[in-house]
Design a protein. Sequence first.
Length: 135
Amino acid sequence: MTIVVAYSPDRYGRAALAHGAAQATLRGEDLLVVNDTRGDALVDDRFAHEDEIAQVRERLATLGLEAEVRQDVVRDVAEGVVRAAVERSASLVVVGVRHRSPVGKALLGSVAQRVILDAPCPVLAVKPDEDSDGV
């Protein structure tokens, strides 16, 4: 089975990666790191640069984990994460969650919320520790 991590190059994505890596180690499962973008902006700060992806691979390798990293341009990021979970028959999806204001909740969709509601398997929603920066 596979654990899917919804990754972004920030403290929320690193928290998701740390928890996903811990679960993959504990369960003896594969890890799929999904870092998708809609590709509708010149700069997407949630789409990791190749240097960041190299660091992710390196960190996971030091833990003895071989992980696939997927970076696709998709119509909808939440849909991309859910599709990856379906394709891999994932046992778990891990997402980082952030606080949103009531106005933010009303105006903007939350990738994490949609993954939680639409994933075909359990979803672990994590917040970053204040004193930690991930894996």
